[in-house]
Ligand binder design. Structure first.
Ligand SMILES: Nc1ncnc2c1ncn2[C@@H]1O[C@H](COP(=O)(O)OP(=O)(O)OP(=O)(O)O)[C@@H](O)[C@H]1O
Ligand SMILES: Nc1nc2c(c(=O)[nH]1)N=C(CO)CN2
Length: 165
């Protein structure tokens, strides 16, 4: 029933391993995975750089709430402690979009409202889905082009780090 775009982020501990834990945990549902990017922190700037990636998952048995719960369970398994909003974390899994679903529920806003401003989501997403459209906002290629150049240059491909073999 639902195909979702998930954004993955980590800036504490073994960052790559935490991102990998998501792909391991959702293995049977993963249909596409971006490269890994090293990104300058937005929101709270005085914190370590993040590794970010985007994956697309598809599972007829899961609805949008199930994707949120799956992401939260993986965050917990990574020992994530909720402290500061936009602060450092071992693992962050955000549900960016779920096909055909829009939601104003604060527990699960869809599409995720931060997406149009976040080069750390748009760049990896564009890599695996170049023609993607963010519902209510337009083609992600255009959203990315509209961001300040310094936002885009803060997102660097780490070709040496791989999530898949
Ligand atoms: N699309 C969504 N994906 C993930 N969490 C969401 C979404 N919409 C709302 N939430 C809610 O956001 C709450 C806070 O999530 P979290 O601590 O990851 O925020 P954050 O990563 O600091 O900020 P941001 O959501 O802006 O990236 C969660 O309890 C969750 O229920
Ligand atoms: N570059 C980057 N910055 C962030 C990120 C993230 O994933 N990437 N996540 C945050 C927590 O919401 C805060 N800031």
């Amino acid at each position: 029933m639902s195909r979702a775009v998930l954004s993955l982020g980590s800036n504490l501990g073994d960052r790559l391993d935490y991102l990998r834990s998501v792909l391991d945990g959702l293995r049977e549902a993963v249909v596409a995975v971006s490269s890994v990017y090293e990104t300058k922190p937005w929101g709270v700037e005085d914190q370590p750089d993040f590794l970010n990636a985007v994956c697309i998952v598809d599972d007829p048995a899961r609805d949008h709430w199930a994707w949120l719960r799956a992401g939260q369970a993986l965050e917990q398994a990574a020992g994530r402690v909720r402290e500061l909003r936009w602060g450092p974390r071992t693992l962050d899994v955000d549900v960016v979009t779920v096909d055909g679903v829009s939601s104003g529920d604060p527990e699960l806003l869809l599409p995720h409202p931060g997406t149009p401003e976040r080069a750390s989501v748009l760049i990896p997403w564009l890599e695996i889905e170049p023609n993607a459209v963010l519902p209510g906002h337009g083609p992600i290629r255009e959203l990315l082009a509209a961001l300040p150049v310094e936002d885009r240059s803060g997102v660097q491909l780490r070709a040496d780090l791989r999530l898949t073999s």
